[in-house]
Design a protein around this ligand. Structure first.
Ligand SMILES: [Fe+2]
Length: 209
């Protein structure tokens, strides 16, 4: 038998924030997100200028965990999971530890989308899903080697997860996804009649010594 190694793998971390208090936290985050969408005029303006189909606090508020305790609680979960993911990635962190760099709310209206992008100046990025309906958009990740695949034939429609060129994950409320920040991703058009509510974030490494 030949030896076939998987190298240069791309890992996507998936967990659910569950257990005691998680339902209440999710409810609190939903209320907080709606309040921000109603009150944050700068965020509303920015979302409109950038043709974001809905509301995002991405460019207007950079202190959500300080502003509201539910975001601080979510930060605690995120950092714990980021530590596990960083260990799985075998990042050299003998002098550093993962720390939340930024966090923002996204409320994507029916018909809205978020075109493909990466998260610059960051190590690990991710999203926590607050409110998702059955037909809400997935998140779609793209093979980072795609620009180099000049002559590669398309993959089979039923190719395994590790061999696909695009991978879609259908989120659920309470789901937390993490990936390395260079991994390009997008949110296709939200075909649902309902808003799709999520909280995205960036993690950087802080010097711990
Ligand atoms: Fe993103």
């Amino acid at each position: 038998m030949p030896l076939i190694n998987s190298v240069f793998t791309t890992k996507i971390y998936q967990a659910s924030v569950s257990g005691r208090g998680s339902k209440r936290l999710n409810d609190d985050l939903k209320r907080a997100a709606i309040a921000l969408a109603e009150d944050d005029l700068a965020g509303q303006d920015w979302s409109q200028q950038k043709n974001y189909g809905g509301y995002t606090s991405y460019a207007s508020l950079n202190d959500l965990p300080w502003r509201m305790p539910e975001f601080a609680q979510l930060e605690t979960y995120i950092v714990e999971h980021a530590k596990t993911f960083a260990a799985e990635l075998q990042l050299e962190m003998s002098n550093s530890t993962p720390e939340l760099d930024s966090m923002w709310v996204n409320i994507l209206e029916p018909g809205g989308n978020h075109t493909a992008h990466i998260h610059p100046n960051s190590v690990i990025s991710g999203t926590y899903y607050v409110e998702i309906y059955g037909d809400s958009s997935a998140i779609r990740f793209e093979d980072p080697r795609l620009p180099m695949m000049m002559a590669a034939p398309p993959r089979k429609a039923n190719a395994s997860l590790e061999n696909r060129t695009f991978v879609e994950i259908k989120p659920k409320a309470g789901m937390l996804l993490l990936w390395e920040s260079w991994l390009r991703h997008e949110v296709p058009i939200n075909m649902s009649d309902h808003e799709r509510m999520s909280i995205s974030f960036n993690i950087n490494l802080r010097n711990s010594k």
